[in-house]
Write a protein that binds this ligand. Structure first.
Ligand code: AMP
Ligand code: MG
Length: 403
């Protein structure tokens, strides 16, 4: 057999992602939470506002409410309207003292900021031209009563929570948290806090993956380090499958590796092993154990981070019913030449420099987690594509990937 015939075909990332996503049905479970407790969760039903926002025309300034057509005269100030009070109608030729956020009285069609007025003998005179509608925030200009404020599938970030609250929502109905069992494989692994014997390394993936899962609102069932033995691995998979919707593991999925994860998953369920055409992160396993989805990530810290970001993250978002699964990328000039691209799609660790474009971390090894710490995000370079400094390339900020 030739070498080429022996190598497994590399699956393009988009195909792998499509296959993975096709296996997910959004979780049916929902819960209703106080709006203050819903950050990061995915809204399970459209949120409709029962009120206009703002609920009434109101002033954007401290100043005077009047009719724009009256602005030429010296107008008597007939009422004072602080925020939170209910105004009287304003007659022609009158002005009302008004403050930011206070309701504009019926009859007035403009607000003049106090800096553009003078008060003479209790009458106000305007010193600048007045345009009808100026400094008036219209009823319903933000949100209309009966309208959808937040569609189902919204991930509730700070802005979405604020918007829900402007519509008066004290509680929100969200998809339940996915339960994700996590374990690391590798007899070389020891936990931080323990001595480091010869041949050992600290288990970093446990911390990275746990934080990523928690950032996606998952309930993590942390099964720690599972010894490199078939019986122990099978037992861990059974325990994980009984407790979790998804099992995520790190390590032991490289092609040709002697380890127990592959036979264990095959014995307890079924396994698809993929060599994905990305760098870093080629080996990736998925399948099922009982009712649970199984996802096996590569052991190298940057590989497990990148495969989590590009494959597991959209998977977990779809499981929660999120509308937007793909991270946003931006076209940014490269600050360096890339004359020898890999045959696989590359995710380079880069930093965003406003003046010079994207800068490359010197060591792109899949074992060097410092590269990802240093970087602001990933340069997503198509397979086999060389580029030169100044060319536009696709940049995905970590803000789109790590939460
Ligand atoms: P593997 O995918 O098991 O072949 O592991 C590839 C590389 O990643 C090896 O150098 C492992 O020592 C390392 N590695 C595996 N698991 C972890 C982990 N949990 N934390 C840090 N490095 C790991
Ligand atoms: Mg290993």
């Amino acid at each position: 057999m030739s070498d080429a015939a022996k190598k497994p075909a590399l699956t393009p990332l988009d195909d792998a992602l499509a296959t993975l996503l096709a296996q997910v049905q959004p979780l049916a479970g929902r819960e209703t939470l106080p709006t203050t407790a819903a950050r990061g969760r995915v809204l399970a039903a459209d949120l409709v506002s029962p009120v206009d926002v703002p609920p009434a025309d109101n002033s954007a300034m401290d100043g005077y409410a009047l009719r724009a057509a009256d602005a030429g005269g010296a107008l008597p100030v007939t009422q004072r309207i602080p925020a939170g009070s209910v105004p009287q109608p304003l007659a022609a030729g009158e002005a009302a003292r008004i403050f930011t956020g206070a309701q504009v009285p019926p009859g007035a069609d403009a607000v003049v900021m106090q800096e553009h007025t003078e008060l003479v003998d209790g009458r106000v005179r305007v010193t600048q031209p007045v345009r009808p509608g100026q400094h008036v925030r219209l009823r319903g200009e933000d949100v209309k009563a009966g309208g959808v404020v937040l569609p189902a599938g919204t991930r509730l970030d700070a802005v979405a929570l604020g918007l829900a609250a402007t519509a008066g929502a004290a509680e929100l109905t969200v998809t339940r948290r996915p339960r994700v069992a996590l374990f690391s494989t590798g007899d070389e692994l020891v936990m931080p806090g323990e001595p480091l014997p010869p041949g050992a390394i600290y288990n970093s993936n446990r911390f990275t993956l746990r934080a990523l899962l928690e950032g996606l609102s998952c309930e993590v069932i942390d099964l720690g380090i599972v010894p490199d033995r078939l019986d122990a691995t099978r037992a861990a998979l059974r325990e994980a499958a009984a407790k979790a919707d998804v099992i995520v593991t790190s390590g032991g999925v490289s092609v040709g590796e002697e380890d127990h994860l592959k036979p264990a998953v095959q014995a307890e369920g079924h396994l698809d092993l993929w060599a994905i055409a990305i760098k870093p992160g080629k080996p990736f396993a998925c399948g099922r154990v009982g009712q649970a989805h199984f996802i096996g990530l590569p052991g190298n810290p940057v590989s497990s981070l990148v495969t989590f970001c590009v494959l597991v993250r959209p998977f977990l978002l779809k499981l929660q019913g999120a509308a937007r699964l793909a991270p946003r990328g931006y076209r940014i000039p490269a600050g360096f030449d890339w004359p020898k691209p890999d045959k696989r799609r590359e995710f380079l660790r880069v930093r965003l420099d406003e003046a010079s474009g994207l800068a490359l971390f010197g060591n792109q090894s899949s074992g060097v987690l410092t590269s990802a710490f240093w970087a602001d995000g990933l340069l997503d370079n198509p397979a086999g594509q060389a580029f030169a400094q100044g060319e536009l390339v696709r940049f995905i900020p970590f803000s789109e990937l790590l939460s």
